[in-house]
Ligand binder design. Structure first.
Ligand SMILES: [Fe+2]
Length: 426
């Protein structure tokens, strides 16, 4: 499929050229019909999405608007103190009810015909339900209980609120698998968390390329000259790669920065300039705050979340697709409620490595837009993923010289999307 030579028969699109995931057909990044299937099967299917921190809506009636796929939802603190997540679309005529990013309200009222819901999405009031002066009104058997806002399944894990459109989605612990769950609660460990900053950007490429980028330690040691120049990341540094056994779609890289002077075998990697030094080391100097020595934890939770510890910087990135060729990336930086002012400053200072203009992340944005430029006009070509073998999982010893987690993502993706291969293995 990768070479459609002049005169050769055009093969039908929507088939993968191999049964394994060592080749990715590039139409998965560009095809509009494939994209609308992704929204239905992946984003609105039995998968979990981080909506926010419970502390972003601390009091009854507080809400935060969020997006899953292309659907807007409202996270609300209810009268009982729980969190509800509701579809931001009136049960009457589908109007988007809430436009504010954050706010507080006693009830939820649609601006169009003032249908009014309680904080759990239950329909409480319908104007002119019984008509006016005996005229008009809804049928006698109109049942408000059947016309509430659509509710999502919610799981609050130590202050991190996840939601799913599918009430049959497995519990988060089962969804993630023990190892990935362990890393999630390494960060959300019961110490109350609080947001300390937000950033947002649009990147002109398919949303999956971003998830791939985070599952790709190959590029991190080559593209990111900031990391290489200052010895912040080497592909062989100590750590582990953990892909969940059930779906292969969630992944963690947990690594420990090499000690000063420790040789890595990668000293010939391209530095931007010889002997470059940071004038202010505080931007990268991390203090130990967990029981282990992990300095970088980068976790991808299928389909659309990145959770990262980079030194003392803690952050979540929400991937919000906007058609096949663009997505919005929302960053929430957070810390713990009992952090000192100095700790918060340290977290914010180290956040300069990431975000839309981060010393490291800016490289990804640029190269991902080059990806779109190269892939867009070439949907019939295949991408090649053979680093670390052709298996859809990382090497048994957990080394990071691999594209295994990306192959794992696509193995699960194909299962969810019902996409077959040609029967060829290689
Ligand atoms: Fe990167």
């Amino acid at each position: 499929m990768s070479d459609q030579k002049a005169g050769s028969e055009l093969k039908p699109i929507k088939i993968w050229s191999r049964d394994d995931c060592s080749r990715i057909p590039q139409w998965v990044y560009t095809d509009a019909e494939n994209y609308s299937q992704e929204l239905e099967r992946i984003f609105y299917g039995p998968h979990w999405h981080l909506i926010g921190l419970a502390s972003e809506t601390p009091n009854t009636g507080d809400f935060k608007r969020a997006t899953i796929g292309e659907r807007s939802v409202i996270m609300t603190r209810t009268d009982s103190g729980d969190i509800s997540v509701l579809l931001n679309s009136c049960a009457h005529r589908g109007v988007e009810i809430c436009q504010a990013k954050f706010g507080s309200q006693k009830e939820i009222m649609c601006p169009y015909h003032q249908w009014t819901y309680d904080l759990n999405g239950k329909l409480m009031g319908v104007p002119f339900r019984r008509g006016v002066k005996g005229k008009g009104g809804f049928p006698a058997d109109f049942d408000p209980a059947k016309h509430g806002l659509r509710t999502l399944k919610v799981e609050n894990i130590n202050g991190a609120v996840f939601a799913s459109f599918d009430h049959n989605a497995p519990p988060m612990k089962e969804y993630l698998g023990d190892e990935n769950y362990k890393y999630l609660i390494r960060i959300f460990n019961g110490r109350p968390v609080k947001a300390i900053g937000y950033q947002r950007q649009r990147i002109k490429c398919n949303w999956k390329l971003y998830m791939e980028n985070i599952k790709d330690p190959y590029h991190a040691s080559l593209l990111h000259v900031f990391l290489i120049s200052f010895g912040l990341y080497r592909i062989d540094q100590k750590g582990e790669t953990v892909t969940d056994a059930r779906t292969l779609s969630h992944n963690v890289f947990a690594s420990i920065r090499n000690a000063p002077g420790e040789t890595s075998g990668t000293e010939d990697m391209k530095s931007f300039r010889e002997n470059l030094k940071l004038n202010d080391m505080s931007i990268v100097q991390a203090t130990k705050e967990y029981d282990d020595d992990v300095t970088i934890q980068i976790q991808t939770i299928f389909p659309d979340l990145v959770l990262q510890q980079q030194g003392n910087s803690l952050q979540m990135r929400y991937v919000i697709p906007m058609g096949p060729n663009e997505f919005e990336l929302l960053w929430t930086y957070f810390g713990y409620e009992d952090d000192t002012e100095e700790t918060t400053l340290r977290r914010l200072r180290q956040a300069n490595l990431t975000g839309p203009s981060g010393f490291v992340s800016v490289d990804d944005t640029e190269v991902l837009e080059y990806s779109r430029a190269g892939i867009g006009p070439n949907p019939a070509n295949d991408a090649v993923l053979e680093l670390g073998g052709r298996e859809a999982k990382p090497p048994a010893d957990g080394n990071m010289v691999t594209e295994g987690p990306i192959r794992g993502f696509y193995q699960y993706y194909r299962q969810v999307m019902h996409q077959e291969g040609t029967g060829l293995r290689q």
